[in-house]
Design a protein around this ligand. Structure first.
Ligand code: F6R
Length: 608
């Protein structure tokens, strides 16, 4: 995710900003920039690439003179990584400089509006509208302008804004994107994350949504959007720097598990407008979709597992046959793909060698390619015919969690969109599915609140030798992911099976104490799963069941039951995967393993 730092005090601002941004590098970024208030007005310097490139350009900060400024590390969302798209963004007159984390959902409309008013846009970013809105509404009062701007933008944001008319103070605000204020002696800071300011102060304010803060070196004033002043209690940070990088959590994986509600909301909400799914950047027409005779979903590892869920979802909503394939197989299997075939590629990094090769093979055969990618500007994003971005932000733990969840979300969005364009989905169903994905973040929050129950179960079985995950249809698809998660970070042997397939051989492995995680959330197959549980219990297995709330009868068969909130069947995988991620996490933690960097694995597999 992007990083923000702001400073006002007696020191030269640019070196302080560079140092603060360096503490946020762990979050991942593709460009960096600073804006400093100088005697000649606001000076902006920004550069694509590592922070060291920016630092070199401004001589470690010494090249810009001024004691107040804002800085940013950007993880591209709207527009590829480039010097121009990096932050800060200036308004046309240069009076305002803005850094922004989050997504402005209505930026296209605002861009159009401001263009008509004569504003010239230089970048492809959503952020630039903020700089121009400030310019447009400014009548000499910065707080008033901020309130006006906030009333015009939808979405999530943490903003830091310099105004050339105010050489001693700057203004900031947040909504759904974190921002803190650091309180120093004769100096004050803002930051999107604690590590950025921890070497200067441990006293911070955590801003709430839509709290506006005006900061000078001696004073911090906070207002609500009615311009009433708010008093806040300062919080003393007692974490060390490495805990702070992980948001106070012990591991990035856990932090990323906890970030899932936000990541899903960021992926969904900009794409829902007036009760419809709107995919602005997609050029596929209804005519094209109508002529598709087959969809391939091609990916690796967890992204492939998203495809396995995707097959059920796409076929149900769109009624086009789907084949799911691991990318390393696709290119060698002489796939039947032509100009009527759509090949959907799923990748967090957008740089996975096998998926890239599969994409090129699909294109060679004349197929159209549609990528679901997290890293903006990555190879797959650049080369695919269409890209639907998952706005999960950077994922640092090797084992994917929030990227997997947002990829699932992208599959729902894509399927609803296709069904909507083709007319295969009636209006009521579209409304039902949209509601299901819009409310998903709340249900996942609820699951995360019950993490203690899963930790308890993990504490009973973390020394298991072998764990089986079983389920049917969509549950089977999630079982694949649950099993991969466990083996990659806990090194426990694990397999995922379609529950009905067990009796064709694998049940021979069941013995006293074998752990079986039985996913039982598919309503019409619930009784069949009860029978499968009985089968494995009869051979001595211990069963941890996952079931939808209300299915109490399962308690008679399983040793432990984890309940997930009721929801629409097609979106249930997004819920079921959460306890499985937590289970793997806690097992690995109890075994004392290197959770974020499991042995033999790399975050991005760029070789065949
Ligand atoms: C497992 C995991 C991997 C990736 C796979 C594809 O937790 O992260 O299985 O899903 O290597 O990577 P991307 O999505 O970057 O193509």
């Amino acid at each position: 995710m992007c990083g923000i730092v702001g400073y006002v005090g007696p020191k030269q601002a640019a070196p302080v900003l560079l140092e603060g941004l360096s503490k946020l590098e762990y979050r991942g970024y593709d460009s960096a920039g600073v804006a400093v208030m100088t005697d000649e007005g606001i000076v902006v310097k920004k550069k694509k690439g590592r922070l060291s490139c920016l630092s070199e350009m401004i001589d470690g900060g010494a090249a810009i003179h001024g004691t107040m400024g804002i800085g940013h590390t950007r993880w591209a969302t709207h527009g590829e990584p480039s010097d121009t798209n990096s932050h800060p963004h200036l308004s046309n007159s240069g009076r305002f400089a803005v850094v922004h984390n989050g997504i402005i959902e209505n930026y296209l409309k605002l861009r159009e509006y401001l263009t008509k008013k004569g504003f010239e846009f230089i970048s492809e970013t959503d952020t630039e509208v903020i700089a121009h809105l400030f310019e447009y509404y400014y009548k000499g009062d910065i707080i008033e302008t901020m309130i006006k701007v906030l009333s015009k933008v939808d979405g999530s944001y943490a903003l830091g804004v310099l105004c050339a008319d105010n050489p001693d103070s700057f203004i900031a605000v947040r909504k759904e994107s974190p921002l803190i204020v650091g309180l120093g002696e004769g100096e004050n800071f803002i930051a999107s994350d604690i590590p950025a300011i921890l070497s200067h102060t441990r006293d911070v304010y955590f801003l709430d949504n839509n709290e506006i803060v005006v900061i000078n070196k001696d004073e911090v004033k906070i207002y609500n959007t009615d311009r009433e002043e708010i008093t806040k209690e300062a919080y003393k940070v007692d974490w060390d720097i490495s805990a702070a990088e992980k948001g106070g959590y012990e591991h990035f994986m856990f932090k990323e598990i906890m970030e899932q509600p936000r990541a899903i909301a960021d992926t969904v909400s900009p794409r829902i407008k007036d009760g419809k799914v709107v995919l602005d950047d997609i050029s596929l027409t209804a005519d094209y979709i109508r002529n598709i005779n087959k969809i391939y979903v091609v990916a690796c590892g967890s992204a492939y597992h998203v495809g396995v869920v995707g097959k059920y979802v796409i076929e149900d909503m769109v009624r086009i046959p789907v084949e799911v394939m691991v990318a390393s197989e696709f290119r060698y299997c002489n796939p039947i793909a032509d100009e009527k075939t759509l090949v959907v590629l799923i990748s967090q990094s957008g740089e996975t060698a096998d998926t890239i090769a599969a994409m090129r093979e699909a294109k060679r055969r004349g197929a159209r390619t549609f990528a679901i990618v997290n890293a903006v500007g990555s190879c797959i994003a650049r080369e695919a015919d269409d890209v639907l971005y998952t706005w999960a932000g950077p994922e640092i733990a090797v084992a994917t969690t929030k990227a997997y969840s947002t990829q699932l979300t992208a599959i729902y969005l894509m399927s609803i969109y296709f069904g909507q364009e083709l007319g295969t989905l009636p209006k009521e169903k579209i409304a039902k599915y949209i509601k299901a994905i819009e409310t998903l973040p709340q249900r996942i929050e609820k699951l995360l609140e019950n993490k203690g129950d899963i930790q308890y179960i993990a504490s009973k079985y973390f020394s298991a030798k072998s764990v089986f995950f079983i389920g049917r249809t969509l549950d089977y698809a999630v079982a694949l992911e649950g099993s991969l998660k466990l083996k990659e970070i806990s090194y426990i042997h694990s397999e995922a099976y379609a529950a009905g397939e067990l009796k064709h051989g694998t049940i021979a492995l069941m013995e006293e104490g074998t752990v079986v995680v039985a996913l039982c959330t598919v309503k019409e197959l619930f009784d069949k799963m009860l029978s499968n549980i009985k089968e494995v219990k009869a051979r001595g297995a211990v069963v941890i069941a996952i079931a939808e709330e209300g299915h109490k009868e399962i308690e008679e068969e399983a040793d432990h039951v984890i309940y997930v909130p009721k929801c629409d069947a097609l979106t249930m995988p997004s819920e079921v995967v959460v306890p499985l991620q937590l289970f793997s996490y806690y097992v690995s933690s109890l075994k004392g393993l290197d959770i974020d960097k499991p042995r033999n694995l790399a975050k991005s597999v760029t070789v065949e």
